[in-house]
Design a protein around this ligand. Structure first.
Ligand SMILES: [Zn+2]
Length: 223
């Protein structure tokens, strides 16, 4: 089995959502008398490669720690939109693009994790390009999210900082998918290495009760 790691490294250099508290890691001075060394982490819930839980936008919705393991290990479909997007930060996936994908690969299966590959992870070490100034990066459109909810997707992932495009003001994807019980994965990397169909996605998010999101180690298992 081939394993593709879809996770960014998480440290002080990771590009965070503007206005976030910083990620910090405070290290012990050295190994203690018993021979142990460790660090103390402080991190936004939505830092680096991370999971969004419904409670992020839905009061009383499921938190990260409430999401059953079965919902975090799912068959994956990848929509390769690199050519469609072409590096345009204003590009948005439309329902018609999902239907065009389905015409080629078959209907998005119920329970699938949908991964949108825009190629934006190439910019992740350059905050101005990754975030845009003003905020701008590609994303799902609300109509595409509504169609994927109708298909019964388990979750929506993307290789940008957010499933909604950076310029979005109505955040239609968050307002559509989270109330329907889907999760989001944001800040993914290496979706170019995931096949359009046939992979299994494993989302290793911290099991935090009450959490709106959590950093996650995410793997695609290839057949
Ligand atoms: Zn998030």
């Amino acid at each position: 089995m081939k394993v593709v790691d879809l996770t960014q490294t998480l440290d002080e250099r990771t590009v965070l959502w503007p206005g976030s508290e910083p990620f910090t890691a405070v290290a012990d001075d050295g190994y203690d008398a018993d021979g142990y060394w460790s660090r103390h982490l402080s991190t936004p819930e939505h830092a680096g490669t991370h999971l969004d839980a419904p409670i992020h936008c839905v009061p009383g919705g499921a938190a990260v720690g409430d999401i059953p393991a079965e919902q975090l290990v799912r068959p994956a479909v990848r929509i390769d939109a690199r050519a469609l997007c072409g590096g345009d930060p204003s590009w948005v996936l439309r329902a018609a693009d999902v239907e065009a994908w389905e015409a080629e690969h078959g209907r998005v299966p119920e329970g699938a994790a949908v991964l949108l590959c825009t190629g934006w992870d190439a910019y992740r070490t350059d905050p101005a390009a990754y975030l845009g100034e003003p905020l701008g990066f590609p994303g799902y459109g609300g109509d595409a999210a509504a169609l994927l909810v109708e298909r019964g997707a388990a979750g929506l992932g993307i290789d940008t900082l957010g499933v909604d495009a950076g310029a979005s003001t109505d955040h239609a994807v968050h307002r559509t998918a989270l109330p329907a019980g889907l999760w989001h994965l944001e800040g993914l990397v290496r979706l170019d290495a995931v096949p359009d169909t046939g992979a299994t996605l494993v989302v290793g998010a911290l099991r935090l009760p009450g959490a709106s999101g959590a950093p996650a180690r995410v793997f695609a298992l290839l057949p």
